[in-house]
Write a protein that binds this ligand. Structure first.
Ligand SMILES: Nc1nc2c(ncn2[C@@H]2O[C@H](COP(=O)(O)OP(=O)(O)O)[C@@H](O)[C@H]2O)c(=O)[nH]1
Ligand SMILES: [Mg+2]
Length: 362
């Protein structure tokens, strides 16, 4: 870079000289007033000094490259700021250290989606780490490959129970759970579907005698489906009813909604269902419940030797990741997922791929 000094009587004069010498592209680096000549500071002339330069071709090239790099950096900073703002929105509920975690490529999008679905952070992290181990770095940007890899991980993580329709031998199955989660409705849906298939004889027993309406609710369904219903009050009654219905391939036993917080209610349920009296006990939980409450139900009702979990009200849940959280943290298997009030259609056998889709697509 050439740097030169010009002196003019006025600023215009100095600039004129700069331009004449270095051309219109000249860059002014510095100007100042100076005095020249005279004696002891007297009679000296006031002048203007201009330091100017011009970019040579090589300098221009370097400047161009630097500018490009700078604008690239500016864009990157903008991108990062936006990502961070997005993360702060999504990870808002999580401790800040968790919000620091970034995943490469499309994994980041799916991690954010899982946060929105309510999947717990450590589960998201495990899933993403597994996928990062499994895929090549260049595949992280391939949406389909990342999606499929995550599906595979989620499928491996959930335990699915066999549906009742494929049971080979006679089974007696009790449904337990908190009040209003959909036990009776779920029994009606399953009984209707299986009875309508015509392969298996279905019988119903209800121990929910606390409210007349509860018995009537199941009676209405049993009349419509045209299957037998027995009403019981005790464990002895249950044995009798099971014996009466021994010609049925599947017997569903409805129980009264029990609060896991009520010790006496839980004890009554344990008395009704001593170990071994039925083949299976399925805990019904509603997906519009938060993780902590659901976990409390699972732990309390777990004292009854649960076989499997049934999730209801998927349609009313805004945080469907709760299902994955519970299955991962408890290692229980799941048998059915219900998603509406309509009997019999609003229920599906639990399917690992569909669960993965629900988790990843929201
Ligand atoms: N939205 C929705 N409502 C459901 C579902 N399952 C049951 N319900 C409703 O939840 C309410 C309580 O159901 P019920 O079977 O009586 O619950 P229970 O007390 O556990 O026997 C009823 O209004 C049902 O129609 C479901 O999957 N989705
Ligand atoms: Mg009920």
């Amino acid at each position: 870079m050439k740097v030169k000094r010009y002196i003019g009587e006025t600023m215009q004069d100095a600039i004129f000289k700069v331009k004449a010498d270095l051309g219109a592209e000249a860059i002014i680096l510095h100007t100042r007033k100076i005095r020249e000549g005279g004696f002891l500071g007297f009679f000296s002339k006031k002048l203007i000094e201009v330091i100017a330069t011009v970019e040579e071709d090589r300098d221009k090239q370097v400047t161009k490259e630097l500018r490009q790099e700078l604008s690239g950096l500016r864009e990157r900073i903008q991108e990062l700021t936006q990502t961070r703002q997005k993360q702060n929105r999504h990870f808002g509920d999580y401790p800040s250290q968790m919000a620091q975690l970034l995943y490469p490529g499309k994994l980041q999008d799916y991690a954010e989606r899982m946060v929105n679905t309510g999947v717990m952070f450590d589960i998201i992290n495990d899933l993403c780490q597994e996928v990062m181990n499994r895929l090549e770095v260049h595949q992280f940007h391939n949406e389909e490959m990342v999606y499929q890899a995550l599906v595979k991980e989620i499928v491996e993580l959930v335990n699915i129970a066999k549906p009742f329709s494929v049971y080979q031998s006679r089974k007696t199955i009790a449904f337990v759970g908190p009040t209003g989660v959909g036990k009776t409705t779920t029994i009606a849906k399953l009984a209707a579907q299986i009875a309508l298939e015509g392969e298996k004889k279905v019988g119903l027993i209800t121990a929910d005698t606390y409210r007349i309406a509860a018995v009537e609710q199941l009676k209405t369904y049993s009349d419509i489906i045209n299957i037998p219903l027995r009403v019981i009050y005790s464990s002895e009654d249950l044995e009798q009813a099971l014996s009466d219905l021994r010609y049925c391939d599947l017997i569903f036993i409805d129980t009264a909604g029990r609060s896991q917080k009520d010790y006496h209610q839980m004890e009554q349920l344990k008395e009704l269902l001593p170990k071994g009296i039925v083949d299976e006990i399925h805990l019904v939980v509603a997906m519009n419940t938060c993780y902590e409450d659901m976990m409390e139900s699972v732990n309390k009702f777990g004292e009854l030797y649960l076989t499997s979990l049934i999730f209801t009200k998927q349609d009313e849940s805004s945080k469907r990741g709760v299902l994955l959280n519970i299955l991962k943290k408890t290692s229980y298997q799941t048998s059915y997922i219900a998603f509406g009030q309509d009997v019999p259609e609003d229920i599906d056998e639990a399917d690992p791929e569909r669960i993965a889709e629900m988790i990843l697509k929201g």
